[in-house]
Design a protein around this ligand. Structure first.
Ligand SMILES: [Zn+2]
Length: 465
């Protein structure tokens, strides 16, 4: 980024002039070939910019799209820095920003006056964008036949440009941003070992992959439960600006096949504007309990019979051990009340939570408790209650976690977690209609993809090696 625009005249000598003439001649030849397309493109761009009438009446009458400039410049053997064309008695000059470039250097190269530079740079805050030119981006100048500045545009990105033009001999400047448009896209993938690797191959960004983890995180432990040949299909929002993809929005409907079991979810916004993910039959994907109380852990000991690593006696392991570094946050797996916090024999620093009348959870070998955790404190699902440690009889840093129903220990990994309340009342009918629509859209896209993949030439679904 070049911050200063003040002219540094001594840097340019005759060699630059020779080079630019050479490039100019080569440039005109290549440029002439593309000019026939300009009018057509102009119409298309005018459509895209139709909310911006001022652009149409500005003296710059070449389209703004960077792609057209890029195509044109990339066709040259030597990287083009400058080229021009006379159009309607005006000279249109394209300049690619070089490393170390500034607007003052470019003005100097084009033989434009310091006065016109000052006139442009005094047009207010938005000139900041012209003080920070990025190498590789393009500036387009509109000049009189004698080479006087009429206007310029700086293409920052798709649908994002700074425009300078003249009105009654006064320069005007505007930062133009095309509106963001949303469309529904489809993607799918097979997993060999990691959802993140597979998702990247399927063209999903981190945000979408994380959404998938959040939606199914109550049913599937993405660190531990993923099996080779698991697969997923989803439709989601994609955002476009000036014809280019700029990001993603929400997942709208998604199917995940995990170890032979199919999970489906649809996004629904109720009449109060509350959005969430629901199974097609109207149950919230978010269950009363998280499956796992620690992120980024691995299971170091399962539920059931085992030889105790320190006591060396065969005994029931009444919970699951999650190995994780000391200090890793431990989360309450469900909304509840703290019934015990303190040291409990071999369990060391421990917390017990009660969730309604039936359920309780227990967290042991903690290194510390969160400040707010006192007997009687209410905790929310996902709230951090303490940190992993190895207090009590523990061979290393890990969390010992128990899940009890009516006082009886159950395997936290396999216990059927209670479902949340289904959508009811006024929203029910609306939800069913919406869910049907989205699930059939997903199904339709999926079948189109499968049909396309059956064709041996084209294979678009992602696969890991
Ligand atoms: Zn344990």
């Amino acid at each position: 980024m070049i911050k200063d625009y003040k002219p540094t005249l001594q840097q340019f000598g005759p060699s630059w002039a020779r080079r630019s003439i050479h490039l100019l001649l080569g440039g005109i030849a290549a440029f002439a070939l593309t000019m026939g397309m300009v009018n057509q493109r102009l119409h298309r761009d005018q459509d895209a910019w139709e909310e911006n009438e001022s652009w149409l009446s500005s003296p710059l009458d070449l389209p703004l799209t960077e792609s057209y400039l890029e195509d044109d410049m990339d066709n040259l053997e030597t990287p083009a820095v400058s080229k021009s064309k006379i159009l309607n008695n005006k000279k249109i000059q394209l300049v690619k920003v070089l490393k170390g470039d500034s607007l003052s250097k470019i003005f100097y190269r084009l033989g434009l006056s310091a006065k016109s530079l000052d006139a442009v740079m005094s047009l207010g805050d938005e000139t900041q964008k012209l003080r920070n030119l990025s190498p590789g981006k393009t500036l387009r100048f509109s000049l009189t036949a004698e080479g006087q500045l009429l206007g310029l545009s700086y293409d920052i990105g798709p649908g994002n440009s700074v425009e300078v033009w003249q009105e009654n001999n006064v320069f005007r400047l505007k930062h133009k941003l095309a509106p963001i448009q949303q469309q529904i896209s489809y993607s799918s993938g097979d997993i060999q070992n990691s959802l993140f690797i597979s998702g990247k191959r399927a063209g999903l960004n981190y945000n979408l992959i994380q959404q998938m983890v959040d939606i199914f995180g109550w049913d599937i432990d993405f660190a531990l439960d993923i099996q080779p040949n698991d697969s997923y299909h989803l439709i989601f929002e994609e955002k476009y600006q000036g014809g280019a993809k700029i990001g993603s929005g929400n997942i709208l409907a998604v199917e995940f096949n995990n170890h032979g079991k199919t999970y489906r979810a649809v996004r629904y916004t109720d009449k109060n504007g509350q959005a969430g993910y629901f199974s097609p039959d109207g149950f919230g994907m978010h269950k009363a309990f998280l499956r796992t109380p620690v992120n980024f852990s691995r299971i170091s000991s399962h539920f059931g019979n085992r030889r105790h690593p320190i006591l060396h006696r065969l005994r029931q392991h009444k919970g699951v051990d999650y190995a994780a570094p000391q200090g890793t946050p431990v989360k309450a797996t469900g909304d509840g009340i703290v019934t015990f916090v303190g040291t409990k024999g071999g369990y060391g620093k421990s917390i017990e939570l009660r969730h309604g009348n039936k359920y309780s959870t227990f967290y042991a070998h903690l290194s510390r408790f969160s400040k707010a955790i006192q007997p009687g404190t209410r905790v929310k699902q996902g709230e951090i209650i303490g940190a992993v440690g190895h207090t009590g009889l523990a061979s290393g840093d890990h969390l010992h976690y128990e899940f009890r129903i009516d006082g009886v220990h159950h395997n936290p990994l396999t216990v059927a977690l209670p479902r949340s309340m289904p959508i009811q009342g006024l929203n029910r009918k609306d939800f069913v209609a919406h869910a049907d629509k989205m699930m059939s859209l997903l199904e339709q896209r999926k079948n189109t993809k499968i049909a396309a993949n059956a064709h041996p030439v084209k294979k678009a679904v992602s696969h890991e090696p």
